[in-house]
Structures are given as structure tokens and as C-alpha cells.
Design a protein around this ligand. Sequence first.
Ligand SMILES: C[S@@+](CC[C@H](N)C(=O)[O-])C[C@H]1O[C@@H](n2cnc3c(N)ncnc32)[C@H](O)[C@@H]1O
Length: 226
Amino acid sequence: MENTFKEKFYGRRKGRTLSTGQLDLLQSALEKNAIHLPIDSKFLNIQELFQQPYDHYNLEIGFGSGEHLITQAKNNPSTGFIGVEVFLNGLVNCVQQMHAFRLNNIRLYPDDVRPLLRGISDESLDQIFILFPDPWPKARHHKRRLINPENLKIFARLLKLGGKLRIASDDVSYLEWIEDIFQKQHDFLLIKRYTKRPPDWPSTRYEQKALKKGRVCHYFIFQRLP
Ligand SMILES: C[S@@+](CC[C@H](N)C(=O)[O-])C[C@H]1O[C@@H](n2cnc3c(N)ncnc32)[C@H](O)[C@@H]1O
């Protein structure tokens, strides 16, 4: 599926200046591991992105510096992971860790996730992780939120039946928004909601910052219904 996506991206793509060494590492990692949307076929075949078949396929959207993605990939060698992040400095951190731990079960999409979501075929994923999505607190910016009714429909399409959608947030207004939009849909069932991170759920940088500020983090596990 050709990328004809035209919607504006509002987040930050770059932070502090990267060294030549970091840029070289990023470039070579992306040459090996980046996902390109196909021009000639309608949908991406997830299995074909990897050098070997995996038992499961998980997607993390907005992985930040990649702490959760890297730990998940280390702990689950029979799962293929797709990591998506637009923030260059976060991507560099992630590829450094991939390199250090010689992880072959991660593929990266270094751009706005939205065209990728439209390009993945139905029922290909076992889990989707969206951890501490940008809160966009002003009411007029709520439409930029990653968790929204339109994207929930897409997540439902991409997940296998019984697949899981894991979401975390510490933002009171976003938590209310999540409660509201999930109440109005029929594709997902809330299985668990925690205020203490479950053991199989690796921590992230953003979570650590939130906890240091004394904020309460909420962790949701939703299941894709038939
Ligand atoms: C608040 S940060 C949280 C990062 C990480 N998940 C954590 O918990 O530390 C949200 C991240 O989502 C990324 N992001 C936001 N919108 C995105 C999009 N449309 N496509 C890809 N990444 C996105 C941002 O670049 C940012 O790194």
C-alpha cells in the first residue's frame, strides 16, 4: 500500500543534536530493520517482515526510548515485534539497545504510525501496546489523541480474535477519555485495570518520570471480542 497519507503530525520529531556515530548506527539499523509500506500490494504481510516465522506478533506504538519494547523482545524470543516511533532521539536509543542485545525479533517503523496502521492486514497481531500516549490536554487538541474511536476500529481490525490491547496513562483527562470511548464501543472488553504495573509489563521512561512526580499510573488490558 503506497503511502499517500497526508494528515499532519503534531508531535516532536527531534531533540538534542545527535552525534555522527549515533546517526550512522541509526542509518545502518534502519537499512536492516525498517518497515517500508508496499507500493504494489494492498497490505503488509507481517510474517514477511522478519527473517524467520514467529509464534506471535506484537506492535508497540510510540515506544519512546524503547525500554518496554527491548525488554519485551528479550523476554519473548518467539515473538516478532514491530516498534513505531517518530522521535529520532528515542529511535537512536532503541537501536543502540537492539544492537547491544543482538535482538533480531524487532522491526521498526520510524514515522507517524497512522499510514502503517492502514497498511497492516486484518487479524495479524496478538498484542498492541500504547504506553503513555501524548495526552494533548487542551480540549481543542483532543482529536490528536492516539486513542480515539477511529483508531480503536483499526486496532480491532488488526488484532486476532482474543488479542490484547494494552494501554497505560497517568493523565487524568486522558483516563476519563479512555473510559468514555471504550464504554461506547463493542470491539473490546476490559479484562483488567491496575494502578500498580503487572510483573510482565516492563517499565518505561515516561512512567518513571510520572511516578517520581507522585502521579498514579493506570494500566489497562483490553481483549478483542469476536
Ligand atoms: C509521552 S511519550 C511516551 C513514550 C513511551 N511510550 C514511554 O512510556 O516512555 C509518547 C510517544 O509517542 C510518540 N508518538 C506520538 N504520536 C505518534 C504517532 N502518530 N506515531 C508514532 N509515534 C508517535 C511520541 O513521539 C512519543 O515518543
